[in-house]
Design a protein around this ligand. Structure first.
Ligand SMILES: [Mn+2]
Length: 462
């Protein structure tokens, strides 16, 4: 291989040093004699000449060159050099580094590759910068507390997997245990998936009262939440790590807010990596589940950072446990209601519609909609139920059909809140408003409203 490198100074030489100082491998063609000499002094081979003149290229016997690399900042000059090279050899492979996107004109040239410098930065420098940044954060977090301090890790009122995973990670990062660093909340975990998470991963969350927050000089750390959320003064706060935007000002000794991240667990995963720590299966599972639920499986507001954290955690985590968290046990009464509904289930064009009547727990409804997809011949599951004075409707489909979110928005957005995406959607409508529009809440009404929209062919004017 023989490379020709055309550039304005010796920066490219520094980048390619290892390759460039191997005898005869790379010839640097530059405009100034001084630069050419500098490259030669450092062990490279170089020529110099006016880059604008065709004769410069002829003189240097470029017919033996197998590839060319251009690093020329001036767009006009870059274009001219490119044209000269093409004239010499129509199929010479050329790599052009440049500071702009789409820099070397608009060539449909299969033998030209353009690489913007910002891509190089993104790929190679940005991760290093982030890692040292995280390393510094970890150092700071560890310096916040003294060994004898008790630390309360305070979560929101109904802690979710992202908060729980983050709390575990913080404890791990500090090398502490439950006795010295309990995870606390003023409320309690209610969602069945989250309760399953606590049970399966053997995580304890203690209920605390406002008065006990700083008992015996206990320190206070908040993850996945910020002090103003609580609506009362929390006293001195040592640490806040969160991915929600800062809407109301607050003070804490250490703050790391990254509103462009999909999950706080992503921040803690980066901390662990920067600290050179390999997560245990328990911790990796908790963090992975935190990222998964907060980003709706990396779909909602997720970032490359979330994806990278997810990829890092995946081999350490237990997939079986996550599956068990996602399919928690159901209340018997609700299952019985489902059984009755299933016994009279009728399918229209692959659409299963079930109205469960009053349900004990709202989350049973989406779980049932999910379950419908496992019934032979079902492509759409529509399940509704009454929760207090709200009508809740959940829709799931197999994914390669119409968008569930669009249909729900069209039908229910005016009278309640409705939305979702292609394969999963939800509507919550005040009972009164539902009755005003549809008369009553029944399987028949929901079927008649939804099935035509689902089964109607897309004819272009839709
Ligand atoms: Mn979160």
């Amino acid at each position: 291989m023989k490379y020709l490198a055309i550039c304005e100074d010796d920066l490219l030489f520094q980048f390619m040093r290892k390759l460039a100082t191997r005898r005869g491998e790379v010839l640097f063609l530059v405009e100034e004699e001084g630069v050419a000499r500098r490259i030669r002094r450092q062990g490279g081979s170089s020529q110099w000449g006016n880059l604008k003149n065709q004769s410069t290229y002829k003189k240097n016997h470029l017919e033996h060159i197998s590839q060319a690399i251009l690093f020329i900042r001036d767009a006009g000059l870059r274009e001219r050099v490119y044209q000269h090279l093409r004239r010499l050899n129509a199929k010479l492979p050329i790599l052009s580094l440049s500071s702009e996107q789409d820099a070397t004109g608009n060539h449909k040239d299969p033998f030209l590759r353009q690489l913007p410098l910002e891509d190089m930065f993104h790929e190679f420098c940005a991760p290093q910068l982030l890692d040292t940044f995280n390393r510094q954060k970890v150092d700071r977090v560890r310096s916040l507390f003294r060994e004898k301090d008790k630390i309360h890790i305070l979560l929101q009122h109904d802690p979710d997997p992202d908060a729980i995973g983050s709390a575990l990670a913080l404890r791990e990062l500090l090398g502490r245990n439950r006795a010295t660093t309990p995870i606390v909340t003023f409320g309690g975990v209610t969602r069945p998936e989250n309760l399953a998470m606590l049970r399966l991963l053997e995580i304890q969350i203690d209920r605390i009262t406002y008065e006990d927050l700083h008992q015996d000089g206990a320190r206070l750390a908040l993850v996945d939440v910020q002090p103003p959320y609580f609506g009362v003064s929390l006293g001195k706060v040592d640490l806040v790590v969160d991915h929600h935007p800062k809407r109301i000002p607050f003070t804490a000794r250490f703050t790391d807010l990254r509103p462009h991240y999909g999950a706080t667990s992503t921040i803690f995963t980066e901390y662990l990596r920067a600290g050179g720590m390999e997560p245990s299966q328990r911790l990796a599972t908790a963090l992975l589940y935190g990222i998964k639920t907060d980003t709706l499986f990396l779909e909602r507001g997720s970032q490359i950072a979330d994806l990278e954290a997810f990829t890092f955690l995946y081999p350490f985590a237990s997939r079986a446990m996550i599956t068990r968290m996602e399919r928690p046990e159901l209340p018997r009464e609700d299952l019985e209601a489902l059984g009755r509904a299933l016994s009279r289930l009728q399918l229209d064009d692959g659409v299963a519609v079930i109205h469960m009547g009053e349900v004990k727990r709202e989350d049973v409804i989406p779980q049932m909609a999910e379950f419908c997809l496992q019934i032979e011949g079902v492509e759409w599951g529509v399940v509704s139920g009454l929760c207090g004075d709200k009508v809740v409707i959940s829709v799931r489909n197999v994914g390669y059909v119409k968008s569930a979110g669009d249909i729900m928005k069209r039908l229910f957005d005016e009278i309640g809140s409705a939305g979702g995406h292609r394969a999963m959607a939800k509507a919550v409508i005040p009972l009164e408003r539902f009755k005003e529009r549809f008369g009553e809440v029944s399987e028949k009404v929901i079927r008649e409203a939804m099935v035509p929209l689902i089964t109607q062919r897309e004819d272009g004017n839709d």
